[in-house]
Design a protein around this ligand. Structure first.
Ligand code: SIN
Length: 542
């Protein structure tokens, strides 16, 4: 058993930001299931959206966020995130982050533009913003004596108060977190972490789909952990598909940043026709859901495998300096983007929903917080405005820090914690035996990802959603039986989470009888504000 003050699960921008702040008030342990910098954050190319220019205003950023959110963004949250932006950016700069500047002028940040933004407002570090942020925050975290980072540790289940008495109370409002059971992957043992505060910052669930821009770690762990513990999750039908991932047999998950379109790149079909004007006046700068659906429609009509991005009209110097990583990676695959078209397809990219939190990042369960892509804070609504997620990833950890700095609040969380947590039992593996056949995991993983891509993708229908639900249920039952039969492995733990999140996405999509933002159902192609201008909320108790 390990006893700490703050347990943070996940080491991306949200987890590290929270850790650095909380280390001022107690002992922080960060768990990460691979290496500490193996996170979705390092794949973020675009940047951090923030109002820093004279020709931009908070009102405009808020309006763009609310428009993208298609009626479901919570306006108070949008206002808070947007207006806190400059202070959080300043703090990142103090940590040592150097955003790209315009023509080398240190007083003039270079601002990128992405779909749905009415102004240039995306602060970036060339096209490797996420790598720059992760590195600086990680270096800072490891220099803090109060922070311990445990790599190759994956959380299996959260420990909550009602469970230790053998009760499963049907009221998350009266539930309290005590810690987590965690698999130490290298030593193959389950450790019991006791902690009055657990923060879920495990990123998203893109791996639930066959094609995704996300890294392998994105298996929806935080959402699954919170749901199983009884917290509410919301808006999981709003899976954002990024319109432009590199289409190449050897390229796994490589994103071609929307910032290219922000600099004038055009989308063309195989015959060289620019097609976005048929779908939106904003053409390539329309919101992501519109561009992804347009590409999907063009591909279905033409039978082609991909469409193309064309940035060859810009000077090679500009392209190479602004997009060095994209230029280099495409060259590796034999494509010189300064002279040639880039083959692209849409892929699952971002989970707009997640674990329901309030403005402090608190979930329904006392002591349990969710941050970053794992959370549904109300900012993104039905469709996230690009580059708002890294901003959310620094604003909410600060909120959580403020909440936990309130002495009365903390005293309430700590009340009787030592006494109650003594009753927690160490993990008992019972009669479980080694899982000899890893194919059981890989086979189900593959089935789920294909099922989700084919039946719960960019364009949905009632028939396909119902079939998807029918097919996911026996898979979940099988996984549940293996959970008791076999000694847990990291792959199996991820599969268990992924399967549950897949089911929750299907259930949410079936509930919403309209089309809005990232959710398009051809049986209800219109938006229905009267009945559906509300979040889709699921809990294991309803
Ligand atoms: C991109 O660079 O296109 C991704 C930005 C984002 O998803 O916020």
């Amino acid at each position: 058993m390990r006893d700490i003050d703050f347990l943070i699960i996940g080491s991306g921008i949200a987890g590290l930001s929270a850790a650095i702040k909380l280390a001022k008030s107690g002992r922080v342990t960060i768990l990460t299931k691979k290496t500490a910098t193996d996170t979705a954050t390092i794949y973020a190319q675009g940047g951090v959206a923030c109002v820093v220019s004279d020709n931009d205003t908070f009102d405009l950023h808020e309006l763009d966020t609310i428009r993208a959110g298609d009626g479901l963004s919570h306006e108070d949250v949008v206002n808070h995130v947007v207006t806190s932006g400059p202070e959080r950016i300043h703090e990142l700069q103090k940590f040592g982050i150097e955003f790209s500047t315009y023509m080398g002028d240190p007083n003039h940040l270079d601002l990128g533009r992405e779909g749905g933004h009415s102004r240039r407002r995306v602060l970036h570090i060339q096209d490797i913003t996420g790598q720059g942020l992760e590195k600086t925050l990680y270096d800072r975290a490891i220099s803090e004596p109060n922070i311990t980072i445990l790599e190759y540790h994956i959380a299996v289940d959260l420990i909550r108060e009602s469970k230790i008495d053998g009760k499963d109370i049907n009221d998350p409002g009266h539930e309290r977190i005590l810690g987590a059971y965690v698999l130490d992957v290298k030593n193959n043992i389950i450790i019991t972490f006791l902690s009055p505060v657990v923060i879920l910052a495990t990123g998203g669930a893109g791996k639930v789909y066959l094609y995704t821009s996300n890294p392998d770690i994105a298996s929806g762990d935080g959402i699954a952990l919170a749901y199983r513990a009884g917290a509410r999750v919301a808006n999981l039908e709003f899976v954002q598909f990024h319109p432009t991932c590199l289409y190449h047999p050897l390229a796994k998950n490589f994103l071609i940043s929307e910032a290219l379109r922000g600099e004038g790149a055009m989308l063309l079909d195989k015959r060289g026709n620019r097609f976005m004007e048929k779908y939106s006046q904003m053409k390539e700068m329309a919101n992501r859901d519109i561009v992804s659906r347009a590409i999907d429609m063009e591909l279905k009509k033409s039978g082609d495998d991909c469409v193309f991005l064309d940035i060859t009209h810009k000077s090679p110097d500009f392209v190479i300096t602004r997009f060095p990583q994209i230029h280099q990676t495409c060259l590796k695959f034999g494509i010189d983007i300064t002279k040639e078209l880039i083959p692209v397809v849409p892929a699952a990219h971002y989970m707009c929903g997640g674990v329901v939190t309030n403005i402090w990042g608190e979930t329904d369960i006392k002591g349990l917080f969710a941050l970053g892509e794992t959370a549904c804070t109300g900012l993104h609504g039905a469709n996230r405005l690009p580059s708002n997620s890294l901003l959310e990833g620094v604003v909410f950890p600060h909120q959580t820090f403020l909440r936990l700095s309130d002495k009365e609040y903390l005293a309430d969380i700590l009340k009787n914690f030592d006494k109650v947590s003594q009753k927690v039992r160490v993990w008992d593996k019972g009669i479980a035996v080694d899982l000899q056949e890893a194919v059981i995991v890989s086979h189900n993983w593959d089935i789920i990802r294909r099922l989700m891509w084919n039946y719960v993708g960019i364009v949905r229908s009632n028939k396909r959603l119902e079939l998807a639900l029918q097919r996911i249920k026996p898979i979940l039952e099988e996984i549940d039986s293996h959970y008791w039969e076999y000694i847990l492995t990291s792959d199996f733990t991820e599969l268990r989470n992924l399967a549950l999140v897949a089911k929750l996405i299907i259930q949410s999509a079936l509930l919403r009888k309209e089309s809005r933002g990232c959710h398009f159902n051809q049986d209800y192609p219109a938006k229905d504000d009267w009945n559906w201008r509300r979040d889709t909320v699921l809990s294991k108790f309803n």
